[in-house]
Design a binder for this molecule. Structure first.
Ligand SMILES: [Cu+2]
Length: 153
C-alpha cells in the first residue's frame, strides 16, 4: 500500500496507528498536486487557491479551511448571460482515479476574510475535508505555494 499524500498526513496516520490501532488508509484517499495560491496586495481580502486533486475512491470535497482566512469555500465559475460569475459549490464530487483540476477561471478554493497579506513564495496551509460514499470523513492537509501565476509543471 502506498501513501501518496503529504508527509504530515502520513505521520499523523502513523501516530493514529500507534496510539489507537486505527486503520489509516482512509486518510490517504486524495492526492493533492501542484497546489498554489494567488499572492495578494496589501489589504486585499480574498484570493484563490488552485491544485489538482486525484481521489483513490469516490469522495466528495465537502469543505476547506486555512489559518490565514476566515472563510474558505469551493467556488465554481459559471457563464451567466455573458458574464462570468462565481458561486459556492457545496459538493464537489471526485471519481476514483480521475484528476480534477482547480484552476484560474474554473473551479477554485476561495479564501475570504484574509488575516494577512499573502506574499509570493509563502506557503499557505490548507485543510481539505472529504466524505466517502460510506460516510467516512477524512482530511488532507496541503501547503499551497503563493505566487502570481501557476508554478511551472
Ligand atoms: Cu471564488
Amino acid at each position: 500500500m502506498s501513501f501518496p499524500v503529504a508527509n504530515r498526513v502520513l505521520s499523523r496516520c502513523l501516530a493514529a496507528l500507534l496510539t489507537a490501532g486505527l486503520a489509516c488508509a482512509v486518510h490517504a484517499q486524495v492526492t493533492v498536486d501542484g497546489a498554489w495560491a494567488r499572492a495578494t496586495v496589501p489589504n486585499q481580502s480574498a484570493t484563490g487557491a488552485f491544485m489538482r486533486l486525484t481521489a483513490q475512491k469516490d469522495v466528495v470535497l465537502t469543505g476547506a479551511s486555512s489559518p490565514v482566512a476566515g472563510i474558505v469555500e469551493v467556488h465554481e465559475m459559471r457563464l451567466d448571460q455573458g458574464i462570468m460569475r462565481m458561486r459556492a459549490a457545496d459538493r464537489l464530487a471526485l471519481k476514483a482515479g480521475q484528476t480534477i483540476e482547480l484552476k484560474s477561471r474554473g473551479l477554485h478554493i476561495m479564501m475570504m476574510g484574509l488575516k494577512k497579506q499573502i506574499k509570493a513564495g509563502e506557503r499557505v496551509p490548507l485543510t481539505l475535508s472529504f466524505k466517502a460514499a460510506d460516510g467516512t470523513l477524512s482530511t488532507v492537509e496541503t501547503n499551497a505555494t503563493a505566487g502570481f501565476a501557476p508554478p511551472e509543471r
